[in-house]
Write a protein that binds this ligand. Structure first.
Ligand SMILES: [Zn+2]
Length: 91
């Protein structure tokens, strides 16, 4: 897959990603205002992936399976932009 093809593929996912990033920022802001931090362990993996997504898009790695390097179905990324493996490795 060349860079153009890759950017055309991830372009429709950007609004979804930006929405996720905004949600994370909102959560962080709320957390900061509470005296007792909320336990975010369960979400932390997804958070990190979302927060790294813009960098991965720049590097042309976003949406590629970390196991086999194949593109992850865009439908799946729309459901959850934090997907990092293709259907073969998702189970
Ligand atoms: Zn894969």
């Amino acid at each position: 897959m060349d860079a153009l093809e890759q950017s055309a593929r991830v372009a429709p996912l950007r609004p979804r990603l930006e929405q996720e990033l905004t949600e994370i920022e909102t959560l962080d802001a709320e957390n900061a205002s509470w005296s007792v931090p909320v336990e975010l362990d369960q979400q932390s993996d997804g958070r990190v992936i979302i927060q790294q997504a813009p960098k991965r898009i720049e590097q042309g790695e976003f949406g590629l399976c970390i196991e086999c390097g194949e593109p992850i179905a865009a439908g799946g990324l729309n459901v959850d932009p934090a997907f990092t493996v293709c259907v073969k490795f998702a189970e």
